[in-house]
Design a protein around this ligand. Structure first.
Ligand code: C5P
Length: 300
């Protein structure tokens, strides 16, 4: 048994449409995910006594639970239980992905813990089945690249995407709760008596991805959760407007927010926008990334 380090990418939703909640409380989705080059690092140090610990380091460390509430620990424990090993692990997470930001930081750490523990313990398991039990975004985080998600976002089909696309992220130090944003979406629809249409993705999004055409992709992006996130955090509208005024082709709230992401026409424009956002006072941290990138891979 040896230490394994895994690089875990953040995700964005290029498209997210949500139907009315089902009897399980979850909203049926049609969503297109893309993994981007903004990474946490998860190091797995195997233990032979069956115990699990986690420590978190990096800029967002203080915002993450460093105990068994951590989704990466729950992932490691679930894999040990289902594969019948009596081994444990010390997990060290270097957190670079903003927390509770709509970028699936916790989910990607969990996916990386599954990959890292399976490698460190030398076990074979259906990691996708375990991922779906841990959270709606964990299966995509395991897959990486670009994919269409149905159901809770866990029924995945790979999507062809040329790249790289150049993304800029404006993150907030105060997260938004995913259940609260979905509840706000329902409340807004109820108030306006809007019937949610069956979730679907426009063809123009897929053709923009295949063509690797940022201008066409900018027009095709969309997120049903954006209005709900803006309703809970109205200042995000200023951030989105600022991005559009400073060279972005498009800007969108990421997943349930509050991170906003912007599509730039090329790398230099992305860097210029990042610099402008950095001094705007509209957000707490700014990040640059490219997509698509592969899912979590052990670094040898
Ligand atoms: O699966 P996950 O733990 O990420 O979901 C967190 C919460 O987000 C759920 O308990 C639910 O309130 C909401 N959710 C939803 N519909 C989805 C995904 C999440 O309502 N498709």
């Amino acid at each position: 048994m040896r230490e394994v380090r895994v690089r875990a990418p953040a995700k964005i939703n290029l498209w997210l449409s949500a139907g009315p909640p089902g009897s399980d409380g979850f909203h049926p989705l049609a969503t297109v995910f893309q993994a981007v080059s903004l990474y946490d690092d998860v190091t797995v140090r195997p233990r032979d006594d069956g115990e699990f610990t986690v420590s978190v380091v990096g800029p967002f460390a203080s915002e993450v639970p460093a105990d068994s509430r951590n989704l990466a620990v729950r992932a490691a424990e679930l894999l040990a239980m289902r594969s019948g090993v009596s081994l444990g692990a010390d997990l060290v997470i270097r957190k670079e992905i903003p927390v509770a930001g709509g970028l699936a930081g916790g989910s990607t750490d969990a996916a990386a813990a599954l990959v890292g523990c399976a490698r460190a313990w030398g076990v074979q398991a259906d990691l996708f089945a375990l991922a779906a039990e841990l959270g709606s975004d964990v299966p995509f985080c395991l897959l990486g690249h670009t994919a269409l998600g149905h159901g809770r976002g866990d029924q995945l089909t790979e999507v062809m995407s040329r790249g790289p696309f150049h993304w800029v992220f404006a993150a907030s130090s105060e997260g938004l709760s995913t259940p609260a944003v979905y509840a706000e979406l329902d409340a807004l629809r109820e108030r306006r008596r809007i019937l949610a249409r069956p979730p679907a993705v426009p063809d123009s999004l897929f053709s923009a991805l295949v063509a690797g055409d940022p201008a066409a992709l900018g027009v095709a992006l969309g997120n049903d959760l954006q209005e709900a996130a803006l309703s809970l955090r109205p200042s995000l509208a200023d951030t989105l407007r600022f991005g559009l005024e400073n060279g972005a082709l498009a800007g969108l709230v990421s997943g349930s927010g509050p991170t906003c992401f912007f599509l730039a026409p090329e790398a230099a424009a992305a860097a210029d926008l990042a610099t402008a956002l950095d001094t705007s006072g509209l957000c707490d941290s700014v990040h640059l990334a490219e997509g698509p990138v592969p899912g979590p891979r052990p670094l040898d």
